[in-house]
Design a protein around this ligand. Structure first.
Ligand code: PEP
Length: 251
């Protein structure tokens, strides 16, 4: 039987200094037997200038790393952009695409997100494709249709990449707010995402789907215990080594 991969991924957002990162990376590089025993995948998505430091600290430890965004283009006159190939040169194996902060502050459309996810996948990176509704969407009863519309432009990629893709359901109202979706709310949307993926391509049913939004050590185990939740994408709590390690131990 196919076993879906379980992940805990830290998203540092635009935080860190060389000095503070060094301490955080050092604590992540220590062995975590309870997690390794389950072949879970641990990773951090760091600001691009810190990829070199992260590669040096985490290389050979089994903890993976990646970036928080990439260009959909391979190279050329795209000032300020970073390509998938550049991320690969620094050992990245994953990259976030479509995080709600990029959709909100950088006006990224779901078509942009799909192009970025395809660029990442074609370069050998695993895109972590983020989707999620706003509070207004949820209150208007359109949470599912919003998420379905965010997934739709990725259909061609989902058909060719299937279970190799990773998705993160992150309700916008739960990101950085301290307000977490209940395990029941999160499970219901994960089950919906999984059925949407399966309707696009049968083997995409086995894609990993992570929950993100104010996950903490205190709520991680219950969230990760839901049948369609394969781990978490962790923002604020990934900046505190003890908290992030405790969340990893909840897988
Ligand atoms: C995130 O940035 O993806 C996130 C889930 O943030 P937080 O855990 O701080 O809500």
């Amino acid at each position: 039987m196919f076993v879906r991969n379980r992940w805990v991924i830290g998203n540092w957002k635009m935080n860190g200094t060389l000095a503070s990162n060094a301490a955080l990376l050092e604590s992540l590089s220590a062995p975590k037997p309870s997690v390794e025993a389950q072949s879970a995948r641990l990773a951090v998505c760091v600001p691009a200038p810190y990829l070199n430091q992260t590669q040096r600290a985490l290389g050979g430890t089994g903890v993976l790393w990646g970036a928080q965004d990439l260009s959909e283009h391979r190279s050329g006159a795209f000032t300020g952009e970073v390509s998938a190939a550049m991320l690969k040169e620094f050992g990245a194996s994953i990259v976030l695409v479509g995080h709600s902060e990029r959709r909100q502050y950088n006006a990224e459309s779901s078509e942009d997100v799909a192009a970025k996810a395809a660029a990442a996948f074609d370069a050998g990176l695993t895109p972590i494709i983020c989707v999620g509704e706003t509070l207004l969407d949820r209150e208007a009863g359109v949470a599912e249709s919003t998420v379905a519309a965010q997934l739709a432009p990725c259909a061609a990629l989902i058909q060719r990449a299937g279970a190799a893709l990773v998705f993160a359901y992150e309700p916008v109202w739960a990101i950085g707010t301290g307000r977490t979706a209940t395990p029941e709310q999160a499970q219901a949307m994960h089950a919906f995402v999984r059925s949407e993926l399966a309707s696009i391509a049968p083997n995409a049913r086995d894609a990993s789907i992570l929950y993100g939004g104010s996950v903490k050590a205190a709520n991680a185990r219950e969230l990760f215990g839901q049948s369609d939740i394969d781990g978490g994408l962790i923002g604020g709590a990934s900046l505190v080594a003890a908290d992030f390690i405790a969340i990893c131990g909840s897988l």
